[in-house]
Design a protein around this ligand. Structure first.
Ligand code: NAD
Length: 306
């Protein structure tokens, strides 16, 4: 199918944090391809202080000026049900949810306060949960839904000064994978993206030359492909996208050490066999492996009672 046929006419897309950066790029991309767009943004500074209705209004105006359909919403993602209600009240339905809103409260772990930690969690993890929770019953009822969550290299690999952000962003991966499992039977697909783009989040840590090559507009087509109705091959996946680079990430498991289920291994034996965990010839576990007690699927013989 040629890319030009990937349209979204009549579908409603909610984009959180769409007043700038990546969210704005998504909103403009979907609107240009026929979607009704809910442009959510609370405004405020990069560390989540203050509010400004004008950022969402401005993107709505841009879309309308280009002949597209959009409504602005100024609620925090912490009140996800209000954002989804705006979609229902204005367009009658919701088809696609892009959980994108985010803030930073970077501090070394030594200096990080409980509030720095909690606030980042509330916006990223609870915000993603609340918006998805509110959209979910509509997706289930109509037998169709697409969700994109936003993770980060910081969460996947770690980064100095971002214990709050990194842990919330990796929690979003867990949320994504569990939602993918729960949504499969209802034609609800949920994937996570790990972007690297020029925005106010990165403008203080990258040079102008670097920023020029990672415009947010470069990420939007990839996300649109993932959430298109005809894309049914991906759910629970994590994709890294930035500039001209696009890749898929997945877990791997080392070769497993098979020991008796009844006798604890001695520390001396562990020392002798530690090289089993050197990551050569790894396997690639999926959600089936997490809950399996079959040694062929889960050779570690781990038991989960979830
Ligand atoms: P950005 O600051 O331009 O965009 C984030 C938007 O979210 C802002 O417009 C902000 O007003 C809005 N927002 C913040 N708190 C909100 C709330 N409670 N409710 C509603 N809206 C709120 O930054 P961006 O780079 O476009 O970031 C978009 C997403 O991508 C974020 O989740 C971010 O963590 C993630 N991300 C970005 C990068 C990058 O390289 N820029 C890398 C990894 C992950």
């Amino acid at each position: 199918m040629a890319i030009e046929t990937f349209r979204f006419d009549g579908q409603t897309v909610v984009v959180t944090g769409a007043g700038g950066g990546l969210g704005r790029a998504y909103a403009l991309f979907f609107a240009a391809r026929g979607a009704n767009v809910v442009v959510n943004d609370m405004g405020g500074s990069v560390d989540g202080k203050g509010r400004a209705a004008k950022v969402a209004s401005r993107v709505r105006d841009e879309i309308e000026a280009a002949g597209g359909k959009a409504v602005a919403n100024y609620d925090s993602v912490e009140d996800g049900e209000k954002i989804i209600q705006t979609a229902i009240d204005t367009f009658g339905h919701i088809d696609i949810l892009i959980n994108n809103a985010g803030i930073l409260r970077d501090k070394s772990f030594k200096n990080m306060t409980d509030r720095d930690f909690d606030f980042v969690y509330k916006v990223h993890l609870a915000g993603t949960f609340k918006c998805t929770k509110a959209a979910w019953p509509y997706f289930v009822r109509q037998g169709h839904g697409r969700i994109i969550n936003t993770t980060s290299a910081s969460g996947l690999f770690g980064n100095f000064g971002q214990v709050n952000y990194a842990s919330a962003k990796l929690a979003i991966v867990g949320l994504t994978k569990a939602l993918a499992v729960e949504g499969k039977g209802s034609n609800i697909f949920c994937n996570a993206i790990c972007p690297v783009v020029a925005s106010r989040m990165t403008e203080t840590v990258m040079s102008p030359e670097e920023l020029m090559n990672i415009r947010p507009e470069l990420v939007a087509p990839f996300v649109a492909f993932l959430v298109h109705r005809s894309t049914t091959s991906e759910t629970g996946s994590i994709f890294e996208i930035g500039g001209g680079h696009m890749g898929k990430l997945r877990w791997q498991r080392t070769q497993c050490l098979q020991v008796s289920n009844n006798t604890p291994i001695s520390l001396d034996e562990l020392l002798l066999r530690w090289n089993r965990f050197n990551c050569s010839d790894p396997s690639r576990p999926s959600s089936d492996a997490a809950y399996s007690v079959s040694p062929s699927v889960n050779p570690a013989g781990l038991r989960f009672d979830g």
